[in-house]
Design a protein around this ligand. Structure first.
Ligand code: MSP
Length: 513
């Protein structure tokens, strides 16, 4: 048994989740489900980043205490993940006392080791991104991802000696080409590491911000929100003493968006190095989802698709499928209502749904709804059986590289092949020929068994619909990975009729786009 640990970003809970959040969480969840199916012992972590200026400001605007505000929104996130079939094993809240204890311990250890010092800091601070920024990063006076320009700040801060770890981090990236994926992000960071990265301010004076974990040796300061949040990848595993940490940490993969690449490389790799925590195994960096206007999806632009509304309209499984198929991980891409509807209609209803509907209808019409036993297997069946047996391995290899869209595409190609097999074997003609009864049994069984293997292969992507599919096939059990051909549908058992993916033709899409 091997342990696998996957994390999503720990989201700022200042609003309800948007599709960008759902993109990261759905990817992490699908990867977790595939690895679990393949027999790994998997822990999926997500959570709520509840401290810091951003949350304090949002709470003030809502006329609420930060704790109550963060609590309310953390629950909204938990409910949203349930609705989107994202099933984390751990949900960390940075306000949890056990987490605060780990943060305090780490700070104290680093302070004692001389890794932290106090100094005056003056610089430009982005409240949106919760970090000091450099002039070089600004475009037209502000960070591209911010609405407001950074503010000038001068205050005493505790600093972590990040610069002292720069050479080590750089060497790590050079020695581990697959540490950051896709490689363009690794190259971006390697370039940054050629020049000094400076030390990292890791505290805020309480007279300006008191919503945070206190600096253990100085009541005048609270911990910087990023130092706090990054440690939430280790605290829920019982770091440092618990064996769960030792079991899972060596396999850790973080799933993040490209806007938080620096914090997960410069900050996090130096912090873990200073603490003696081995570096993460892999960083999977996504691009950004864009609205139909081609701009980064955001609430303020109003160009987004609400994930919960989309799940209600198209079904949660069609939404999950679209997210992985439409925008390749690592790249920017557009998701709109029209795009989801097209995926639902073309891939799911016309291709998979149609294969299922016609197969079930033929089994009912020609065999009274009972699964026939296969007879002589010919070349066309051998080809499909060979394809079905190589798919689990091929899919898993792609999943390991976070190429989930490509993995689902491979399975859908098999669905297309099965549709081609329906056409070429023409069961309707066999049904009219009294001498072709054995052949018809073989064809129908092959189709049912092929569909059953599709239900297993796509279960991590569309858990609800694939379980519905298995019950249409009369197999109510949980999905099975790597099942041998012929051990799926049972000859003699009964199948049911039903429509898996009803087609959706909306008239209001043009107006909504
Ligand atoms: N709290 C920090 C993360 C701390 S992790 C220790 C944070 N939170 S966030 O809620 O602002 O963003 C979380 C994730 O959502 C980021 O990975 C970000 O890239 C992602 N997205 C936000 N908007 C996005 C899109 N439009 N498209 C894709 N992902 C985007 O940052």
């Amino acid at each position: 048994m091997t342990y696998r640990y996957i994390t999503t970003p720990i989201y700022y809970v200042n609003d309800r989740p948007h599709l960008g959040h759902a993109y990261a969480s759905v990817h992490a969840d699908i990867m977790a489900r595939y690895l679990r199916a393949a027999g790994h012992q998997v822990v999926l972590l997500t959570g709520a980043d509840e401290h810091g200026e951003k949350i304090a400001k949002a709470a003030m605007l809502a006329n609420e205490a930060p704790r109550a505000f963060a609590e309310r929104h953390a629950r909204t996130f938990e409910e949203a993940w349930r609705r989107l079939a994202v099933e984390p094993d751990l949900f960390i809240r940075t306000t949890a006392p056990a987490h605060a204890k780990v943060v305090s311990n780490c700070l104290t250890r680093l302070f004692k080791a001389g890794e932290i010092y106090l100094a005056d800091y003056e610089g430009l601070y982005s409240v949106g991104q919760e970090r000091f920024v450099t002039e070089k990063e600004l475009v037209d006076g502000k960070l591209p991802e911010d609405k407001e320009p950074p503010v000038l700040r001068r205050e005493p801060n505790y600093f972590f000696r990040m610069e002292a770890h720069r050479d080590w981090v750089r060497q790590l990236l050079l020695d581990t080409p697959d540490l950051i994926q896709p490689t363009q992000y690794r190259n971006e960071i390697l370039k940054l590491l050629e020049e000094p990265i400076g030390d990292l301010s890791i505290s805020r004076p309480v007279d300006r911000l008191d919503w945070g974990i206190p600096i253990p040796w100085d009541a005048g300061h609270v911990t910087y929100v990023w130092f706090d949040a990054l440690l939430s990848y280790v605290s829920p595993l019982g770091y440092p003493e618990h064996s769960t940490f030792g079991d899972y940490w060596p396999s850790v993969r973080h799933v993040i968006g490209k806007d938080i690449l620096r914090t997960h490389t410069l900050f996090w790799l130096s912090i873990t190095h200073a603490l003696g925590i081995p570096p993460y195994r892999r960083l999977h960096v996504s691009g950004h989802l864009l609205g139909s206007d081609g701009r980064k999806m955001s609430k303020s632009l109003g160009n987004g698709v609400d994930p919960l509304e989309a799940a209600d309209t198209y079904g949660v499984d069609a939404l999950r499928y679209t997210l992985i198929r439409e925008v390749s991980f690592g790249f920017d891409g557009i998701i709109s209502h029209a795009v989801i509807e097209q995926r639902l209609n073309r891939d799911l209803a016309d291709n998979l749904g149609n294969l299922v509907a016609r197969t079930l209808a033929m089994v009912i019409r020609y065999r009274g709804g009972s699964v026939p036993a296969p007879k002589v297997i010919e070349a066309s069946e051998h080809a499909l059986i060979a394809r079905a047996s190589e798919l689990p391995g091929a899919v898993l290899a792609l999943v390991e590289e976070m190429k989930l869209g490509r993995a689902a595409e491979r399975v859908m190609e098999f669905v297309t092949e099965l549709n081609g097999y329906v056409a070429s074997s023409a069961p309707w003609a066999l049904a009219k020929d009294s001498g072709a009864s054995d052949r018809l049994d073989t064809v129908l069984h092959t189709l049912l068994e092929g569909i059953y293997s599709v239900s297993n292969l796509l279960s991590p992507v569309m858990p609800g619909k694939m379980s519905e599919l298995r019950s249409l096939l009369g197999v109510c059990a949980a999905p099975v990975w790597n099942l041998r051909w012929g051990e799926g549908v049972k000859p003699g058992s009964r199948i049911n009729e039903g429509i898996l993916f009803p087609k959706r033709i909306s008239t209001d899409i043009v107006e909504r786009e």
